[in-house]
Design a protein around this ligand. Structure first.
Ligand code: SAM
Length: 282
């Protein structure tokens, strides 16, 4: 096991603070600091950087991020039982770790960033599976754009990672793939086996790396979202019928956007969806 700091082994931390994992909080902890260091490194050179971590838990990934040189880590944790353990890490790295107690879905992260940090913060997290998708959707829908974050290195269940990184022609292409492809370049980096977690989850996990596009095609995110939901709601049907839930006259919309009415949602590029959203808004 790697010695990345002088803090106690995570197993001891978990037993000392009674941090038995709770399913309701999506708690599957990583205790191998070699692995957490690999995840932190996947976020790039962290020297002097500001990092936002959701769900530090007992702090395995947090410690790796700090050991990798991050100047400021903002860690948002919902489980108050973890706060004492995290305070020990704070004391070990004075002035570098700020723990916010609360639900990451309602914490206003941009308001916590200084002017020099906005647009540059990295998100690195082993996300709680029960809120992973809404968190990512929120980050991808950030306004203004380019967003407050410059990259996101995130652990998802493999099946969700595949949906985020999917493109046209793939069975897993859908709402998440269109949103992620519209606003970012997303790719899968590596799998993490079930056995790496305590307790082991039911499925394999995958690290996904997202970099925001500086200039995504202009489009109203709300219109795009409704359009994509309708198109993929009946993914095997031709657009002239699957868009019936979105507009009263799908044929006219498709003609305005220059998209063949016999195509299916899963065949369209992100740019086709954007053309349709813009035609609908015009
Ligand atoms: N980072 C730790 C690790 O890698 O071992 C823990 C990861 S565990 C998969 C997810 C963590 O997110 C847990 O510590 C859990 O308490 C926390 N969590 C769950 N829901 C949350 C929420 N809505 N906001 C903030 N943290 C949350």
């Amino acid at each position: 096991m790697a010695q990345i700091d002088d803090l106690p082994p995570l197993r001891d931390v978990i037993s000392r603070f009674g941090l038995d994992a709770r399913k309701s909080l999506g708690q599957n902890f990583l205790l191998d600091l070699n692995l957490t260091s690999r995840i932190a490194r996947a976020g790039g050179d962290l020297t002097g950087q500001t990092v936002v971590e959701v769900g530090p838990g007992p702090g395995g990934l947090t410690r790796a991020i700090l050991a990798a040189g991050a100047a400021r880590v903002i860690a948002i944790e919902r489980d108050e039982r973890c706060l004492e353990a995290l305070a020990e890490i704070s004391a070990h790295y004075p002035g570098r770790l700020e723990v916010t107690s609360g639900d990451a879905l309602s914490v206003n992260v941009p308001a916590m960033l200084g002017a020099g940090e906005t647009g540059k913060a990295r998100i690195i997290a082993n996300l709680p599976y029960n809120v992973a998708t809404p968190l990512l959707v929120g980050w991808l829908r950030s306004e203004p754009w380019p967003p407050w974050w410059s990259s996101a290195t995130l652990m998802f269940q493999r099946e969700v990672a595949e949906r985020i990184c999917a493109g046209p022609g793939s069975k897993t292409y859908g709402r998440l793939g269109v949103l992620a492809g519209w606003r970012s370049e997303a790719r899968m980096l590596f799998d993490v086996s079930r056995q790496a977690f305590v307790p082991p989850p039911n499925v394999t996990s995958t690290i996904v790396h997202l970099v925001p596009r500086a200039q995504p095609l202009a489009c109203d995110a709300n219109v795009l979202e409704r359009l994509v939901a309708s198109a993929f709601g009946q993914r095997r049907k031709m657009l002239r019928s699957s868009l019936g839930g979105f507009t009263a006259d799908p044929a006219a919309l498709l003609a305005r956007a220059g998209v063949e009415p016999t195509r299916r949602a899963e065949e369209l590029e992100v740019s086709d969806f954007v053309a349709l959203a813009n035609a609908a808004a015009s």
